[in-house]
Every structure is written in C-alpha cells, then in structure tokens.
Design a protein around this ligand. Structure first.
Ligand code: HEC
Length: 318
C-alpha cells in the first residue's frame, strides 16, 4: 500500500517535471506547492537531515548532545499530518529561528533551493501514513490533542473517566492524551486534504453532514511486550473502518495487519465493545489490546464532539 503510493508519486513528479521543463516553467512554479522528486529528496535528507533526524527519520540521529529540542520523528503520523506542506516548507527554510520553535532546527535557506525543499517534503510525506489511507475522500481536516477527562462540562468529564475505569483496570496518564484528526468531505473544489486551522470562523464553516470520521495514531502493546504503532480509522458511528500498523517493515507489519484486519467493521457508538472472536492465545491477547485502544480512541473522539457541541451552541448552528 505504502509502496504503491510512493511509486505513483514518483511517476507523477517525474511527469510533472517533464511537462514543466517542456514549457520552460520550472522557475515560475518555485513558489507554489509542487509535487517534489522523492528520490532527490531522499538524497538530500541523507546529506542534510539524517545527522539529527536519523537515516530512518526516527529522530534518532548521531547528533544528540548539545541539541535544543528533540528532532522530530518524521514517521509519526500524529505529528506529521498535523503539519501542512507550507508549515514544513517554512520550518526547513527558516528553521526554528524563523518559525518560533525553541530548538536547534537549523535554517536551510542558504544551502537548499526552493525546489530542493519541495523534494524534501515529498520525501518526508513518504515516511508517514497519510490520512487518505483511512478515508480516500477526505478534503478538509481538523487536528487537536485531547486529554480524556479534561474537556467539557464536569458531568461529561466524570462520565468519561468512569466509563474507562469500569472497562479498563488501570489507565496510565499518557494513554489519556491523544491527537484526534476529524475528517470532512466537502463538495468544494479543494485539490487535496486541507488542514483547517483552529480558528472560530473556519470551524463554524465546517458542515456537520460532511464529517466522515476520525483518525488516531496510537500504540498497541503487542505480545512479547513490543509496542506497535497503529493508525485507526473510525466512522461517525464509531465503527472501525481501518486498523493498520504504521511499521513500514513488511516483515513486521504483515502479521500484525492480518490480525488487525479482523477488527474492521467492529464497534458501534454506545455499544460496549466486545472484541472477542479470536481462538488462539495471541488472538485473544489482541482482542484485549484492541478493545483498550478502541475505548481510548472513542473517548478522545467524544472529547472532540463535546467541544463541537459547545461550539455549535455558541454560533447557533446546533
Ligand atoms: C542540527 C540538528 C538538525 C538538523 C541538521 C535538522 N534538524 Fe530538523 N529539527 C531538529 C530539532 C532539534 C527539531 C525540533 C525543534 C523543536 O520543535 O524544538 C527539528 C524539527 C524539524 C521539523 C519540525 C517538526 C515539527 O515538530 O513541526 C521538521 C519538519 C524538520 N526538523 C525537518 C528537517 C529537515 C528536512 C532537515 C534537513 C534538511 C532537518 N530537519 C535538519 C534538528 C535538526
């Protein structure tokens, strides 16, 4: 799946470059968002970025001492889908100095051309799982981090915590905070998924009947103690539309994804999730782990919805 998108992108980039060259437009387009050249982007990444961000994009490069801030993990879907291309462009071009982050991300405006930066962005985009993996028709999306039990009225907050405590024996504080992507389709003519900023006027324009669901990037504790990073898609009914690991190594992901595919279509708003169909020991283990993941994800989406309800009250669209 990932492999195919990458190859397609490369083809598109190549064809696009050819057309642009034929028209002699290369320079003209430098300021607009482009589909960059992935292969060249990968070379540039190894040359300029890997020392800090790691050759695999994990954020664990050779340079660790003396750095201010933690080099971003570019494989993290929760982080990278929360940045649009323009944001990535700005941070690469002007570094933390220009974008106001408080770390050692250097500016590359002197060593890299604008086209180089677009090539890098194409490469960065290939490292993480995009939201279209979960809903192909996403046109606009919101992103925000929610901590279960800290959003909404007191009754709502207590209800959230109560439900979790009843279903799961112990919940660690870290599990309560998750990034929620809320996806919308729109009849408009938007070219690609647009990240809608958290501004009241923009939020009020989103139409509830165009909401298609939620995506969360979380982790599942696997058998043998391994932490498995996953992406989860939920529709408006809180039914699982897709659950996949974001491990890119096929040796690791194939078996997990075979297991995770069993949960597609399971779960429903208001129902107590019973993911218990598995017979073997590992399957039973995953039943429990996915139930846990699901409960936490649903409460995070509930936190978004509670905020949405308050917002709609305020602007009279409810
Ligand atoms: C000297 C080490 C260093 C080098 C070299 C470096 N980075 Fe960074 N980068 C960082 C650090 C540290 C951060 C985290 C900054 C912060 O938020 O405090 C960062 C953050 C980022 C972010 C922002 C992610 C976010 O949280 O929004 C992007 C994108 C990024 N780097 C891309 C690149 C690319 C592309 C290159 C190569 C052209 C590169 N970096 C080279 C250290 C480095």
């Amino acid at each position: 799946m990932m492999g195919r998108t990458i190859r397609n992108k490369k083809k598109v980039a190549w064809a696009f470059g050819l057309v642009m060259a034929m028209l002699g437009l290369t320079a003209l387009a430098a300021d607009d968002a482009l589909v960059g050249d992935l292969t060249h982007g990968a070379q540039l990444y190894r040359m300029h970025c890997a020392v800090c961000h790691g050759f695999d994009g994990s954020g664990k490069g050779k340079v660790t001492t003396g750095l201010k801030g933690t080099p971003a993990d570019h494989r993290n879907g929760a982080l990278m889908n929360a940045r649009d291309d323009k944001m990535l462009f700005n941070v690469i071009q002007t570094g933390c100095k220009g974008t106001g982050c408080d770390g050692s991300m250097p500016a590359f405006d002197r060593s890299l051309s604008k086209l180089d930066i677009w090539d890098l962005i194409a490469y960065l985009r290939s490292l993480h799982m995009p939201l279209v993996t979960f809903f192909t028709d996403v046109n606009q999306y919101l992103v925000k981090e929610y901590t279960i039990g800290q959003v909404g009225g007191s009754e709502f907050k207590e209800g959230q915590i109560e439900r979790l405590e009843k279903a799961l024996k112990k919940v660690s504080p870290a599990e309560l905070t998750n990034t929620v992507f809320t996806l919308y389709r729109s009849d408009g003519h938007l070219p690609g998924p647009e990240l809608v900023p958290q501004q009241p006027r923009r939020l009020a324009k989103l139409r509830k009947d165009e909401k298609i669901g939620y995506v969360l990037f979380m982790t599942v504790k696997g058998p043998r103690g391994r932490t498995i990073p996953v992406g989860l898609g939920l529709d408006n009914d809180y039914t699982i539309t897709r659950l996949v690991t974001t491990f890119s190594d096929p040796g690791l992901s194939e078996e997990y994804n075979r297991r995770f595919a069993n949960y597609q279509g399971m779960g429903k708003r208001g129902d107590k999730p019973e993911f218990s169909g598995s017979r073997d020991k590992i399957g039973k283990f995953f039943d429990q782990a996915v139930t846990r993941l699901y409960l936490l994800a649903v409460e995070a989406a509930n936190a978004y919805e509670s905020e949405e309800r308050e917002r709609s009250w305020a602007d009279g669209t409810f």
